[in-house]
Design a protein around this ligand. Structure first.
Ligand code: GDP
Ligand code: MG
Length: 212
């Protein structure tokens, strides 16, 4: 188990303290799809062509977004189906999950089904649901073949439409190699976790509070 940090300097201004929030994000997906590469780009460690299998790593990233400061604790998992107990603990800690598959490995998309079921079952047990983002990584590779899906009427639909209709999840394509959409992925998560005040119902201040 390793702990990684990437902290911006705190100014200590009252404005920042007021808007400071902390979230835990867990990543799941088949081994080799690029989970660690995405996180490493986010925390400024750059990209390596080397695949170093992960057991479980922790990263801390302080992120400024929409004039607010967020502390993200990110749990990077192995991608194998071993360690189910570790995955359950990670899900229980998490405020959000990122499910990654690789665009050059359509079968890695199919494997997300199982991670999704685990998240659902774990959340059902604790009577809550966490937002999940689906990420199609390695968008930089040539000759990619997206997995294809069909709706109830037999019409071909995109992976994005499939994910949104089946799992009610948001979706994003990334390239960890070229650092494309990596920050955008975490911004999108923050948009879901902390919607802008104007999007909230008048009496919805409870949603604005720190989740835990
Ligand atoms: P993990 O097992 O899901 O954590 O995958 P890694 O982040 O360790 O990456 C597995 C392999 O895929 C490594 O060789 C990476 O260099 C490569 N990789 C990761 N992300 C990308 C990407 O966006 N594009 C390309 N071309 N390769 C990637
Ligand atoms: Mg890894």
């Amino acid at each position: 188990m390793r702990m990684k940090t990437n902290m911006l300097e705190k100014t200590g201004s009252s404005e920042q303290v007021e808007s400071f929030m902390k979230f835990t994000v867990v990543t799941f997906g088949d081994s080799g799809v690029g989970k660690s590469s995405i996180i490493r780009q986010l925390v400024g460690e750059g990209f390596t062509e080397q695949h170093i299998p992960t057991v479980e790593d922790f990263y801390v990233k302080q992120m400024s977004y929409r004039n607010k400061t967020y502390d993200l604790d990110i749990i990077d998992t192995s991608g194998t189906y071993e360690f189910p107990a570790m995955r359950r603990v990670a899900i229980q800690k998490a405020d959000a999950a990122v499910l990654v598959y690789s665009l050059d490995k359509p079968e890695s998309f199919t494997k997300l089904e199982r991670f999704m079921e685990e998240i659902k079952s774990c959340c059902d047990d604790s009577n809550r649901m966490i937002p999940v983002m689906i990420v199609s990584n390695k968008a930089d590779l040539p000759k990619l073949s997206e997995p294809t899906f069909f709706n109830a009427n037999g019409l071909r639909i995109s992976a994005c439409d499939y994910v949104e209709s089946k799992w009610k999840c948001k979706w994003l394509a990334t390239s960890a190699k070229f650092n494309l959409n990596v920050a955008a992925l975490f911004h999108k998560l923050l948009d879901i976790l902390c919607p802008e005040k104007k999007d909230l119902p008048r009496s919805g201040s409870i949603l604005w509070r720190k989740l835990r």
